[in-house]
Write a protein that binds this ligand. Structure first.
Ligand code: ZN
Ligand code: ZN
Length: 260
């Protein structure tokens, strides 16, 4: 059995401080491909450095500016370095980018402009987008549609929307990725969505160090725990976890072009 973790933050201190053990435990748990997502300029540089130095462990990078950090991009313009980083073969996606209206840590107009700039960069470099959305699904999906973002595809990471948002994401050509919350007892709606998304458009992730799945909820999360996400989704879909893992492996290879 081979798992992928389609979104984690080995570039954050919680995991970077313990990297050897975290990667060893991932490998022991058969997590053989990991996508490290950047969220600001330094963490994007770090994601790329990790991908370059941990090729054997299956580490790849996405570079981007999280909507929380859009305020670090004057007028929404991306850091100069970004276009060079994106061209590196270890960078398989652009993100995370998107809209987060829950915390509003950056002004919304800046979040929107920064998001559009990522979409434009994805169009120029033909790489898929890693999209973060919180309490802004209609608007984020609208921006993706207006800017023809489906062309190079992407993923709505840590999906937490309603079924209609999943339908629209799929319609745009996006994948839908589920994280720890799908395992939480109260996430009935999310599990229903996870049961209905077409099997060939689904991904699994940890978003570690955040959002540890059951039974580790409340503890620091790590890529090794992604198996709990797969197990929950396999259970609600009434399929063997091996079947799900194999399909998700193929899906990620198709989206990120990192080989099978
Ligand atoms: Zn996110
Ligand atoms: Zn993230």
């Amino acid at each position: 059995m081979k798992y992928i973790d389609s979104h984690c933050h080995l570039n954050m201190d919680e995991l970077a401080g313990n990297l050897g053990a975290v990667l060893r435990s991932a490998r022991e748990s058969n997590v053989l491909r990991l996508l490290v997502a950047g969220f600001d300029e330094p963490s994007s540089a770090k994601a790329l450095a990790l991908a370059k130095s941990h090729v054997a462990e299956g580490v790849f990078a996405a570079v981007g500016i999280h909507p929380h950090d859009a305020k670090t991009c004057p007028l929404g313009r991306l850091p100069e370095n970004m276009s060079a980083w994106v061209r590196d073969e270890r960078v398989v996606a652009i993100g995370e980018t998107g809209l987060d209206y829950h915390y509003d840590l950056s002004p919304r107009e800046l979040q929107r402009e920064c998001f559009r700039q990522h979409i434009a960069l994805a169009a120029r470099t033909a790489k898929p987008l890693v999209v973060h959305v919180r309490e802004a699904y209609d608007e984020a999906l609208g921006i993706l549609r207006e800017n023809a973002a489906g062309k190079n595809g992407g993923v709505i990471h840590c999906f937490a929307g309603e079924w209609r948002h999943a339908v629209e994401s799929l319609d745009l050509g996006f994948f839908v990725s589920f994280a720890g919350p799908v395992t939480f007892p109260r996430s009935t709606v999310l599990r229903e969505v996870a049961a209905r998304v077409p099997l060939d458009r689904l991904l699994c992730e940890t978003d570690s160090p955040y959002l540890a799945p059951q039974p580790w909820r409340g503890k620091p999360n790590q890529p090794a725990y992604v198996s709990a996400v797969y197990e929950t989704i396999a259970e609600v879909r009434k399929i063997p976890v091996e079947t799900l893992a194999e399909q998700v492996w193929q899906n990620a290879a198709r989206l990120f072009g990192w080989g099978v």
